[in-house]
Design a binder for this molecule. Structure first.
Ligand SMILES: *[C@@H]1O[C@H](CO)[C@@H](O)[C@H](O)[C@H]1NC(C)=O
Ligand SMILES: *[C@@H]1O[C@H](CO)[C@@H](O)[C@H](O)[C@H]1NC(C)=O
Length: 252
């Protein structure tokens, strides 16, 4: 190389030097670019990274959780907050049960829910939605949350529901934004719903949700992608405790 360089016309030498310096700077810069994907150790985490990379662009997982344990800790922090629990079970109770009852009565009128539907409320906290289902006549209803609130809510993680396959006629949730792994949240719903079963989600599309949210949804399209074995059957605007859209899927 050195001997070749000596043979080059004198005018080319500065050019080759310039080229060499430019390439070095480019190589240096490419090494400095921060890598977005945090290092994870287990293969399950690697699979989650792959699933996350394949998410539609209208659904973003919030950065900042370094592990599932940290995410659970953060969720539990709100769920276990004694002041909030006191409010949820007293001052909030009647108003919430009334509003949920109206939503469920409406779903019954649209024949998406009936008294005989075996029903599950996902991320139900103290279970106001479960109480509402019972109030409108859907007696076989239960909720799950990380912290149980018997008898309405049993312990269960929506990323891994504590139920067998194909047992519910109806599932409701207004906590989709809390899912760190939305594909698991939806996958578990499709697993535990019967064929022909109905899932109703209340979501927020027009604004960003609260600091406990783990994802941000910008349109209904990502849901249509995630519900692989279901059809979108209804979509309407609502006013539901800060959430603005009711999405209804029916499992094939
Ligand atoms: C949990 O909440 C308390 C206040 O209620 C706060 O001081 C603490 O930092 C929170 N911890 C986490 C992990 O968010
Ligand atoms: C459903 O249950 C409610 C409340 O118990 C009752 O008023 C209603 O008549 C029932 N509907 C049917 C179709 O049985």
């Amino acid at each position: 190389m050195k001997t070749d360089l000596h043979k080059l016309p004198i005018i080319l030498k500065p050019f080759i030097l310039f080229l060499f310096v430019s390439l070095s700077v480019l190589a240096f810069l490419s090494l400095q670019t921060p890598h977005q994907i945090p290092a994870k150790t287990t293969t399950a985490a690697a699979a989650d990274d792959a699933a996350e990379e394949n998410l539609p662009s209208d659904l973003k997982i919030r950065p900042g959780y370094t592990s599932y344990e940290e995410y659970l800790q953060r969720q539990l922090n709100k769920t276990l907050n004694p002041k909030l629990r006191e409010i949820w079970t007293t001052r909030d109770w009647d108003r919430k049960v009334r509003v949920f009852s109206d939503f469920f009565a409406n779903l019954k009128q649209r024949e998406l829910l009936s008294n005989g539907s075996k029903s599950l409320c996902i991320g139900a906290r103290v279970g106001q939605e479960v109480a509402a289902l019972k109030r409108v006549g859907v007696s076989d209803s239960v909720g799950i949350d990380l912290v149980p609130y018997p008898p309405l809510v049993v312990k269960g993680d929506f990323h891994k529901q504590p139920f067998g396959d194909g047992i519910f006629d109806f599932e409701f949730s207004n906590v989709f934004d809390h899912a760190l792994y939305p594909w698991k949240f939806v996958g578990e719903i499709e697993r535990t719903l019967k064929s022909g079963g109905v899932c109703v989600l209340h979501v927020l599309l027009s604004r960003r949700a609260d600091k406990y949210s783990a994802n941000d949804l910008y349109s209904v399209k990502p849901l249509e992608k995630l519900f692989k074995n279901s059809e979108l059957v209804e979509l309407r605007g609502i006013d539901g405790f800060g959430l603005d859209t009711e999405v209804v899927f029916r499992k094939n």
